[in-house]
Design a protein around this ligand. Structure first.
Ligand code: ADP
Ligand code: MG
Length: 210
């Protein structure tokens, strides 16, 4: 099934902010930092560093369901100045699982750029196997501790035909629907077969690396 891309619900200011973030990504690190701070936001760290993760203000989205959970924002934006293989992989997997039993293993990707420079993902609460998880503390993110969470989600993924490289630092809890899921599935692979990147995306990445 194909998942809906809700990018039409992003306001003009929101689209501008996403574009500015993508452009700042390509500049100095401080440029991105400044832009994020100007909007009263904080960059999330803890990932591989190829993408920038930014809480995305609710005011930039015109239609979405809201709830009692007091997240500072409802979505996070995953930003890259060039077409991002991780973003592509997450959009591709989200489209494959959407409407199926394994959809709940993945935090929803509700909107994405045609060139995969950005996507908007449902914000979830991180679940760490250890207490005192420094990246989450540094981000000011509230998180749960559950030492068995990685093994459990690895098992569920395997039952559905998925393999993950890096479960421990990528598990979240969907507060409204109350299920654990991956918030970063850039390291997820089908057990049989692989997700291929389109030629134009691979070419853009090669171009950037040279
Ligand atoms: N959907 C999300 N909800 C809440 N926090 C998130 C979400 N996605 C990412 N984060 C935060 O941003 C950090 C880096 O994000 P991640 O997607 O893992 O980046 P990378 O692709 O660089 O590994 C995470 O460790 C987490 O703290
Ligand atoms: Mg990660």
């Amino acid at each position: 099934m194909t998942a809906p891309n809700a990018k039409h619900t992003i306001t003009d200011e929101g689209s501008e902010f996403l574009n500015d973030l993508c452009e700042a990504w390509s500049g100095e690190r401080s440029e991105l930092q400044e832009l994020v701070e100007e909007h009263g936001l904080q960059l999330f760290t803890g990932g591989g560093g190829a993408r920038a993760i930014v809480p995305f203000p609710d005011e930039y989205i015109t239609e979405f369901y809201f709830d009692d959970w007091e997240h500072e924002t409802f979505y996070v934006a995953k930003i890259c100045g060039i077409p991002s293989p991780q973003n592509y992989r997450e959009v591709e997997i989200w489209n494959r699982v959407y409407g199926n039993s394994d959809a709940d293993l993945f935090a929803p990707v509700d909107a994405w750029d045609d060139k995969y420079r950005w996507l908007l993902m449902k914000r979830v609460t991180p679940v760490s196997p250890i207490s005192g998880d420094l990246p989450y503390i540094g981000n000011g993110q509230e998180y749960y501790v559950d030492s068995n969470a990685p093994e459990r989600i690895e098992g569920w993924l395997e039952d559905e035909g998925w393999h993950i490289e890096d479960a421990p630092e990528n598990i979240g809890f969907h507060e409204e629907r109350e299920y654990p899921c991956l918030f970063d599935y850039g390291g997820v692979h089908p057990v049989d077969g692989e997700i291929e990147y389109p030629d134009w995306l691979q070419a853009a990445v090669d171009d950037y690396n040279h």
